[in-house]
Write a protein that binds this ligand. Structure first.
Ligand SMILES: Cc1ncc(COP(=O)(O)O)c(C=O)c1O
Length: 411
């Protein structure tokens, strides 16, 4: 008898389980909108041309596979810091940058740093949120507090957000924020709301934990940084978790960064050493390849221009999908124009679980259990069918409800 005999079998991650089911579905006409991976207009997730070029360069020029520093690839750290927090635009002290194992690794490193240094402080997470946020913060040992970021019928719950900031969070608590391309709703705070959030975060003495996993997919690479900069210019300290998975298409290479900055005059070397110590004890150092690619692209003008074009094209595809959806009056229970106003890769369809299951099982249309869809996976080959399937299923359900309530089916 060993402890292994009593190990409970954990359920699979629900989103990955649906994605696996979709992957095994061989029906023609299947539409898989589950996983948050960008797809181009032909439904593919190709390697960026700029990435291929940078990889060729690295293959030709890399001279050793010896260890790198715990902080990560030096050119990557300096290039990503200059790119995301350019000094000429942002009046903030840059305190530390550590390359991380994707955006998830940045959240985890930040969470562990906060758990160690802000004992007892809660992290506030608006729901719905990215499916891994709570699990990552929990594993770091931070107490979790949630609040409803969305209104029951859809739309942003700004009142709940302000109530947390003004009345519920304690000084020193952590507030998780996604400045652009909110996952899963795509429904970002507007500029006026963001300005109030920043003001209140400062007044309440909270620590923003900022998650940017879709930089460039909202409006432009420059515009998507404005909210982050507005925050960094006001707060004492903010921790930015940055992912290069989507905007460089480097998912499996696991490239991300944790950048810490703000108005604080804390000793940067001390902060850097603390983050490095956590990294050293967990994985010693991050992988070099993907970060080398990003560092090379950002520091080579021709490649950088090519990469910026590629990101613009992703954003244009997402924007076009939203605009095409908006030509329909409704998408099931949703006002299609509200979807068109959103940003980034996702939106949520507040469909009852029975309809989500019916669409999945009867028609091969897959979305997350909470109704989140990856808009990038819609294109001219499947968009009309997607709209028809949702509207038919929704209208049939409405008609059944009406009959059950004794109303004429058309009401
Ligand atoms: C909001 C959000 N944060 C963080 C991540 C993690 O990104 P990565 O794959 O780089 O770990 C994701 C990935 O989908 C995400 O959607």
């Amino acid at each position: 008898m060993s402890f292994l005999d009593d190990l409970p079998l954990l359920p699979p991650d629900p989103l990955l389980a649906v994605a696996r089911q979709a992957g095994q579905d061989n029906r023609a006409g299947k539409i898989d909108l589950t996983i948050g991976v960008y797809k181009d207009r032909s439904g593919q997730t190709p390697i960026f041309r700029s990435v291929k070029a940078a990889e060729s360069y690295l293959v030709q020029n890399e001279r050793t596979k010896s260890y790198i520093s715990t902080d990560g690839v030096a050119t990557f750290c300096s290039a990503i810091t200059a790119f995301v927090l350019p000094t000429h635009q942002v009046a903030c002290n840059r305190l530390a940058t550590v390359q991380t194992i994707g955006g998830t690794g940045a959240l985890s490193l930040a969470g562990r740093f906060l758990a160690e240094n802000c004992p007892g402080q809660a992290v506030w997470i608006g729901t719905p949120t990215w499916s891994n946020h709570v699990a990552v913060m929990q594993q770091c040992g931070l107490p979790i507090q949630t609040y409803p970021r969305s209104l029951p019928g859809g739309g942003r719950n700004f009142t709940a957000m302000m109530d947390v900031l003004a009345n519920k969070a304690r000084r020193g608590d952590i507030i998780l924020l996604q400045p652009v391309c909110h996952n899963p709703t795509g429904d970002d705070w507007n500029d006026a709301e963001w300005a109030e959030i920043v003001e209140q975060v400062v007044r309440a003495g909270l620590v923003p934990l900022v998650d940017m996993a879709y930089h460039g997919l909202g409006q432009t690479l420059d515009a998507d940084l404005l909210r982050l900069h507005a925050l960094m210019e006001k707060v004492e300290i903010a921790l930015l978790c940055y992912s290069c998975s989507k905007n460089f298409g480097l998912y499996r290479e696991r490239v991300g960064a944790l950048l810490v900055g703000g108005q604080s005059r804390a000793r940067p070397a001390a902060l850097q050493s603390q983050l490095a110590a956590i990294a050293r004890a967990s994985y010693s150092m991050p992988p070099a390849h993907g970060a080398g690619v990003v560092g090379h692209i950002l520091t080579t003008p021709a490649l950088r221009a090519q990469w910026e074009d590629e990101v613009r094209d992703m954003q244009a595809h997402l924007h076009a999908v939203r605009q095409t959806l908006a030509t329909h009056e409704r998408i099931g229970p949703c006002n299609a124009r509200a979807i068109a106003r959103g940003q980034g890769m996702f939106c949520m369809l507040p469909l009852p679980p029975a309809i989500i299951m019916l669409l999945r099982n009867e028609h091969g249309l897959y979305m997350a259990d909470n109704g989140r869809i990856n808009l990038a996976a819609l294109n001219e080959n499947n968009l009309q069918r997607f709209v028809s399937l949702i509207n038919q299923a929704w209208e049939s359900a409405q008609a059944r409800t009406a009959v059950a309530a004794g109303l004429p089916a058309s009401s």
